[in-house]
Design a protein around this ligand. Structure first.
Ligand SMILES: Cc1cc2nc3c(=O)[nH]c(=O)nc-3n(C[C@H](O)[C@H](O)[C@H](O)COP(=O)(O)OP(=O)(O)OC[C@H]3O[C@@H](n4cnc5c(N)ncnc54)[C@H](O)[C@@H]3O)c2cc1C
Length: 311
């Protein structure tokens, strides 16, 4: 598919030949801002957004960026990132148009861009249990594998059987078993290897569809009750420190409801920083630093960000 939207003169920091190749092979967008795309609703202009529609196109997009020496990052639904206010002078390769899913008995295949909540719901409707925890997590499958996303006692590692990934350094596509993915708490091999997640397979358990759907809805209700879903955020800002809850430590240090510019520590759940009113990325970064310093002083616990900074 050829889709050319941009005017070259707008894109001054990328190689023109490179942009031509990308425009010729993918749907692309320029003149677009992270603040329009990411769940925090902050962040500067993006040099070029590219939307591959299948695994081969994703590999091709990465190969081309590497070949031209362009800066790039692969993102899914952008629900776990804090992009800088500055222009991102590179390519954001977005997997949101790679949403193929296949169900075969108890096995499920999905491409990296498949929305996690949709995957969970479609599995539930087929009477497949195991992804109830993921219902309401607003990310893509790729982002969820990368983060080993989890909630309500479950996580991706519990249900994944294998992940297919592309290594831009070697140019090799590999299938990794769940063990080889080296999952840990909000951690996986992909956070360190630089490999690009193309797709994944799950094994789920047979169950009663109505009961599975009802479990999904129960999880969603708990989210609505406890989380500030009416305001832009990236979910829990911090990782859970061993033996503590980040939200409780933040609240104990007196930060609940505290504002910094347009950013605020949620009144509803102190573990969430929200974009209360036209926050900048710098506002959010500043509130994070203040929290880390004070919580460390008060409790001796050094909080670590769960969100990922994009510069
Ligand atoms: C309201 C709200 C509630 C949330 N609740 C939860 C929760 O309960 N549990 C939880 O774990 N998280 C939660 N999150 C955080 C987030 O939704 C998850 O971490 C999700 O898995 C991120 O997926 P994404 O597609 O948005 O990733 P992105 O934010 O797009 O990317 C996150 C990271 O993954 C990398 N990445 C994405 N796709 C690929 C790929 N194909 N190959 C290689 N790297 C890739 C990116 O480079 C980036 O470093 C919540 C967020 C919000 C806003």
């Amino acid at each position: 598919m050829i889709y050319v939207k941009n005017c070259f003169s707008e894109v001054i920091f990328l190689n023109t030949q490179y942009i031509c190749e990308m425009n010729g092979n993918f749907r692309t967008e320029t003149d677009v801002f992270f603040s329009e795309k990411c769940s925090f609703r902050v962040g500067g202009k993006i040099g070029l957004c590219v939307f591959p529609s299948n695994e081969e196109e994703l590999i091709y997009a990465v190969k081309k960026a590497e070949e031209y020496g362009e800066k790039y990052i692969v993102l899914g639904n952008m629900t776990n990132i804090l992009p800088s206010d500055d222009t991102y002078d590179g390519t954001v390769i977005v997997t949101s148009e790679m949403q193929k899913m296949r169900f075969d008995g108890n096995f499920v295949f999905a491409e990296a861009g498949a929305p996690l909540t949709r995957l969970s719901l479609l599995s539930a409707r087929q009477g497949l249990s195991g992804l109830e925890f993921a219902y309401g997590i607003p990310g893509s499958l790729g982002g969820a594998v990368y983060m080993n996303a989890g909630a309500y006692g479950g996580c991706m590692a519990d249900v994944l059987t294998s992940v297919t990934a592309y290594d831009p350094k070697s140019g090799v596509v590999s299938d990794y078993t769940a063990d080889e993915c080296k999952f840990g708490y909000r951690n996986s091999r992909f956070r360190h290897s630089g490999e690009i997640i193309l797709s994944a397979r799950f094994e789920l358990k047979r169950g009663n569809a109505d009961e599975i759907i009802s479990e999904c809805e129960k999880n969603m209700s708990a989210r609505r009750e406890k989380q500030p879903l009416d305001k832009p955020s990236a979910g829990s800002t911090f990782r859970r420190p061993t033996g503590y809850y980040a939200g409780a430590l933040i609240e104990a240090s007196g930060f609940k409801g505290m504002r910094c510019g347009g950013a605020q520590v949620s009144e509803k759940h102190a573990g969430f920083i929200i974009n209360a009113e036209n926050a900048s990325s710098a506002d959010i970064a500043e509130i994070i630093e203040r929290i880390k310093n004070k919580v460390y002083k008060d409790s001796g616990v050094m909080l670590e960000e769960e969100i990922i900074y994009i510069k």
